[in-house]
Write a protein of this length. Structure first.
Lengths: 271, 282
């Protein structure tokens, strides 16, 4: 299963009586009804760890591109209408600012490792606190309440999985708690953010900017306001889109499928 | 009016310092530049009028290094292309087509290991990159170890091994067209060239050819020569090129610190004290 296709529903499962396993690419499994699949005796696998590094790299890429206005700058540099580069066109530094990571799993932690080199202060919010060694290795400070993280961060990066608890985790209230100079970066799932509230927040300068690798739906309708806002960078869900990682994902999926078909324990099984 | 002027703060290379200007300002003591590069100044000419010169070396290193990593990441992950796909008015797009290259664990070659180069190395280390560098002088062992960098005495060795080649040198007679046809042919066909020096450090024509026929994979250029480029230049049209308008120094913080440094230099010169970042004609 790539890019959440085919859609796995009752109809499909009934038409495939001998289906043994669904191997899904990537780590997110929010597009699958696990109970339904289990009721048909079909096993499920994903590719959890192999995507982490590339997704963390993309999170950093989005954060840097947003703060330095890279996309806008590119358009200015190549536009036929540009006669000079205005002296007051400026971006913002990342060094010395505060990064708030919501979801300190494998991906979130890798982001912290990278951000540390840019001399960023790192706050994090997670279901469970990381141990002291892990925290000191990246200099991350735990925020038990997400509100504290939101109020202090210059960049808020979301790296949670989509569950009923994280659905619309960032809504109007959360956006209003953020600094008006803050940027929201999302490499999780579009539904973790209340998208309409985000549009309003960006239009009314409640927050400064957003950089999104994920939206809901994907792709967005072509007339969606998010596509027109100057302070938004959107990329088409390329978190794990490198040649090497896609190959590794495929290898993982093949391994899981082979195990599933031969009745052996399945690597990366999702229960 | 001309007789009152004792100091000039050069902003984006203006005003142009020529014999005419220098003659009209008999009491000029110092010219302070808003940046580190001094290639736009005739150092010997200015010195011959008894005027001191200063640059601002510290202010720009952090912001330029960050911008360097920003461009490297954007190029590798095809961020700009991805953005255009995501917002395009075309009805469908195929995600599977837009694959980039990994950044973590690759080999980064830094040509010019000054303060900017060193900061880039620090950022790259967090991405577990192998760091090679080539410089006029060897860096001290502890500096090398701090960033895990290996010195390549011959630039050719660096060019052959690096996945990303970053040029961060000042423009001098020796570095003019430092990266030309020969150097690009030594690079891997999967490599990316990132230029954070002056545009003239790279042979423009050779770069266009190299990108068109796949001698190197991509390029990211933060400075172009002239700035801005003539609008119809080939480089503006290539898909595997990101060009940015001198992002390296364009931040609030850098602008502020650069001015602070210049003021310090000017104050010192006007009080006949040693000028902190004085630049002498070589």
């Amino acid at each position: 299963m790539w890019y959440h296709r085919p859609v796995v529903n009752e109809e499909l499962l009934q038409s495939l009586p001998n289906l043994k396993i669904v191997a899904s690419s990537g780590v997110g499994i929010d597009h699958l009804d696990l109970n339904l699949l289990s009721s048909y005796g079909v096993k499920v696998s994903n590719t959890p760890f192999v995507v982490s590094t590339d997704t963390a790299d993309l999170g950093m890429a989005l954060m840097l591109a947003s703060s330095r206005r890279l996309v806008e700058g590119y358009q200015m540099a190549v536009s036929p209408d540009t006669e000079y580069f205005p002296a007051d066109w400026l971006g913002a530094e990342v060094s010395g600012t505060t990064l708030g990571i919501v979801g300190m799993g494998t991906i979130g932690y890798k982001v912290a490792e990278r951000a540390k080199a840019f001399e960023m202060k790192i706050l994090y919010h997670n279901r469970n606190r990381r141990n002291q060694e892990e925290e000191s290795a990246v200099g991350a400070i735990y925020c038990k309440k997400i509100d504290d993280l939101l109020q202090q961060s210059d960049f808020v990066l979301l790296s949670v999985n989509l569950t009923p608890q994280t659905h619309k985790l960032i809504g109007k209230r959360e956006l209003e708690l953020m600094k008006p100079t803050a940027t929201l970066i999302n490499t999780s799932r579009g539904l973790v953010v209340d998208q309409d509230a985000l549009v309003e927040a960006l239009q009314n300068k409640v927050i400064k900017a957003a950089a999104l690798d994920v939206t809901y739906p994907e792709p967005l309708p072509r007339d969606h306001p998010l596509l027109k806002l100057k302070n938004v960078i959107i990329t088409p869900h390329i978190g794990s889109a490198t040649k090497k990682t896609r190959r590794l994902m495929m290898e993982n999926m093949m391994e899981s499928i082979q195990a599933g078909l031969t009745g052996l324990p399945i690597p990366n099984e999702v229960l | 009016m001309g007789k009152k002027v004792q100091a000039i703060y050069l902003w984006w290379h203006k005003p142009v310092i020529d014999p005419e200007l220098l003659q009209s300002l008999p009491n000029l003591k110092v010219i302070a530049n808003s940046g580190v590069g001094m290639d736009h100044l005739d150092l010997k000419l200015v010195a011959s009028f008894g005027v001191k010169m200063a640059n601002a070396p510290c202010a720009v290193s952090s912001s330029t290094a960050d911008a360097g990593m920003a461009l490297l990441l954007a190029s590798a992950r095809r961020l700009v292309e991805g953005y255009h796909v995501a917002i395009s008015s075309g009805s469908e797009y195929c995600e599977a087509d837009l694959l980039g290259d990994e950044v973590t664990g690759v080999a980064l070659g830094i040509i010019g290991m000054g303060s900017i180069g060193c900061k880039i190395a620090l950022g790259a280390k967090a991405f577990e990159m192998t760091i090679l560098y080539h410089n006029r002088t060897w860096r001290k062992e502890q500096e090398e170890q701090a960033v895990g960098a290996t010195c390549c005495e011959k630039m050719d060795n660096l060019l052959q091994q690096a996945d990303f080649v970053t040029a961060v040198v000042s423009l001098t007679l020796h570095t003019h067209k430092l990266i030309g046809k020969r150097e690009m042919e030594l690079m891997k066909p999967t490599a990316t060239l990132i230029n954070f020096s002056r545009g003239a450090v790279v042979d423009r024509g050779a770069l266009v050819t190299a990108l068109q026929i796949g001698i190197i994979r991509a390029a990211a250029l933060d400075v172009t020569f002239p700035e801005p480029r003539p609008r119809d230049h080939m480089l503006l049209k290539l898909k595997n090129v990101i060009i940015t308008p001198q992002l390296g120094t364009k931040t609030d913080k850098a602008t502020y610190v650069v001015t602070e440094e210049a003021v310090e230099n000017i104050r010192a010169a006007l009080n006949d004290l040693p000028v902190p970042s004085e630049v002498l004609p070589s």
